[in-house]
Write a protein that binds this ligand. Structure first.
Ligand code: ACO
Length: 319
């Protein structure tokens, strides 16, 4: 049996760390409102000259170091992002070049906050089928670029960052089960409508969100997909050592843990420090949990995330 196992992780946050109080100087909000509704305290914001690919490369280098591998040993690069450097080529191609390598397949996946779940499941399928032996899977976002900084209902929620994982083929687990789902009927809940036409950007280039609608759908759907992936792995929630959730909102995370009958002591929580970094949030949390000693080799992890599309997914794995 061929598994995809994590060989190394890495992450990167831009230096500019912005507190809720900093934001309250610019928009009509407060630390109290943001903290009680979301658990967010800080977010990191990229400088104007820092591209999504720069964040991705910084995280990737750390993950490669952690795995003890050179970029030339990687035979698949996938970048999950909703904020690519440009319309095309893919951010993954740009990352590949910035890492000083060429030749292996490199492509982006677009599933917004579920992007890392989509990228990880895709890399898993490549490795399981023998199409790749060592994959670099990155979630990277500069979400600050698609926020209307005058819209307090969205701008307080997000941040920039990147997280990366090196996956390698292994005889021992590894990813045990994975699930991806989507339903485009929920497009109205969350979108950036902008598109190019006639040489111009048409439509609003900023995040539009029905916050309570997203909240309700996320709570219901994450609980269900988590249960499904646990069942597919032939396990029970009690077997899980750590939930590594998408870090959108502490209350959504608490709801999933409660539904599974797991205490918050079993959850890697970085939303206070990172805010919602979309596709980067799960690998950022994973790397934080590993580096601070919470997550140890051999433990069982449940990764789960949901985002615009709507698209969602989960992965159950041994670290
Ligand atoms: N500061 C102060 N007041 C605010 C702010 C703010 N930043 N934003 C909105 N308000 C006001 C609203 O104007 C409203 O005022 P009103 O009652 O006078 O009209 C009031 O706060 C309540 O607004 P609600 O939207 O009802 O607040 P709610 O309790 O639903 O919380 C929130 C809003 C935090 C967005 C919540 O709905 C939520 O967390 N939803 C999930 C959104 C999410 O996580 N999106 C991320 C992308 S998708 C994903 O990653 C899963």
């Amino acid at each position: 049996m061929q598994y995809a196992k994590i060989l190394g992780t890495g992450s990167y946050l831009p230096a500019n760390r912005v507190s809720n109080d900093d934001l309250a100087k610019k928009v009509d909000t407060s630390d109290e409102w943001i903290t009680t509704r979301t658990g967010i305290k800080f977010r990191h914001i990229a400088d104007d000259d820092e591209k999504t690919s720069d964040l991705a490369v910084a995280a990737a280098r750390r993950a490669l170091d952690d795995a003890g591998l050179g970029a030339d040993e990687i035979d698949l690069i996938i970048v999950a992002t909703a904020t690519p450097d440009m319309q095309f080529p893919s951010t993954a191609s740009i990352v590949q070049h910035k890492l000083g390598v060429a030749g292996c397949p490199a492509f982006d996946v677009a599933a917004v906050c579920a992007g890392f779940m989509y990228a990880l499941n895709t890399a898993h399928a490549y490795i399981k089928s023998g199409m790749a032996a060592k994959a670099l899977v990155i979630g990277a976002e500069t979400f600050s670029r698609i926020l209307d900084w005058n819209d307090r209902s969205t701008c307080v929620l997000f941040g920039d960052g990147a997280g990366a994982v090196v996956l390698g083929a292994s005889e021992e687990p590894g990813i045990i089960a994975g699930k991806l789902q989507a339903d485009g009927a929920y497009l109205p809940l969350l979108k950036v409508p902008a598109h190019m036409a006639g040489g111009q950007i048409c439509g609003n280039p900023y995040v539009e969100m029905d916050g309570p609608g997203v909240f309700k759908f996320a709570v219901k759907t994450l609980a269900k997909v988590a249960e499904e992936v646990i069942a597919e792995a032939g396990m029970s929630a009690a077997d899980i050592d750590w939930i590594v959730p998408h870090q959108a909102n502490k209350r959504i995370i608490e709801s999933t843990a409660k539904h599974l009958g797991l205490s918050m002591d079993k959850v890697i929580l970085t939303v206070a420090e990172h805010a919602n970094t979309s596709a980067a949030s799960i690998p950022l949390a994973l790397d934080a949990g590993i580096r601070n000693g919470q997550i140890r080799r051999g433990q069982t992890l449940l990764l789960e995330g949901i985002g615009g599309g709507f698209a969602w997914g989960a992965v159950l794995m041994k670290y």
